[in-house]
Design a protein around this ligand. Structure first.
Ligand code: UTP
Length: 226
């Protein structure tokens, strides 16, 4: 079976109850009995708060990205606390390291790598390196919408779309900058397109959708392919 790669939004991990972290870890563990699982944790609210304060203090964008990466580590460590001893005991800083760790541990948790992109892009690059055919993007919204559903109540969810349609949608709304909050990092969408990686976008708090997507069943969210 191909390895499973999950981009787990920081907002899902950081603000979660302990019980939720236990429950999502159980699902991940069960899947790791069948195939290797790689999780890339996002930075969430912690990243955004620290980035916004440091920006006011005059820090440059790459420095702010480094702050964001540190926040992803915090969430990665929290997940590792729940997934241990099945997860590798350290956070790989590169894809090579992640691949090496996965030879000894069924689950590898990583965070950000370099300034200039988000953990969605890290997860897409990792999926590409591993030859994975799907990437689960567990985020704070239950799929891709025609517009930001929080700001625009008329935004409609898109159940199925192509990579190209996703890229066009993101490019029309992308703001950029450290800590910016768009549904999927444009780099992740482009990597998924060039390597034909199917994206399952869902609300990470919806454990039923999360588990169904992992198992390749119909789930509440958006499928991006083709
Ligand atoms: P996230 O991946 O959490 O970004 O990284 P996000 O899309 O803003 O947040 P979620 O999806 O809601 O959790 C947080 C910040 O860390 C920096 C970026 O500034 C990013 O916005 N970062 C992260 C990097 O510079 N490189 C990385 O590889 C990862």
């Amino acid at each position: 079976m191909k390895p499973l790669v999950i981009s787990l939004g920081g907002s899902i991990v950081a603000s979660a109850e302990i019980e939720f972290i236990r429950d999502i870890s159980k699902i991940i563990r069960r899947e790791a009995e069948k195939r290797r699982v790689f999780i890339v944790a996002g930075g969430g609210k912690t990243a955004r708060e620290y980035i916004s304060k440091a920006r006011e203090l005059g820090a440059d964008e790459s420095f702010l990205d480094e702050i964001g990466i540190s926040a992803t580590y915090l969430n990665a460590y929290l997940l590792m606390a729940a997934l241990s001893p099945d997860s590798a005991p350290s956070i790989p800083k590169s894809f090579e390291e992640a691949m090496i760790l996965s030879k000894s541990y069924p689950i590898v948790v990583m965070g950000g790598t370099h300034p200039g992109h988000t953990t969605d892009a890290v997860a897409a690059m990792l999926a590409e390196r591993l030859g994975a055919d799907t990437l689960i993007d567990a985020t704070s919204v239950n799929g891709v919408y025609t517009d930001d559903p929080i700001k625009n109540p008329n935004a409609k969810r898109i159940d199925r779309m192509t990579h190209r349609e996703l890229i066009d949608l993101i490019m029309a709304s992308a703001s950029g900058g450290a800590g910016s909050n768009i549904i999927i990092d444009p780099m992740a969408a482009k990597i998924a397109e060039r390597s034909s990686i199917t994206l399952y976008v869902l609300n990470g708090r919806d454990l039923e959708a999360f588990e169904r997507a992992i198992k390749g069943r119909r789930f509440d969210g958006t499928v991006v392919e083709g």
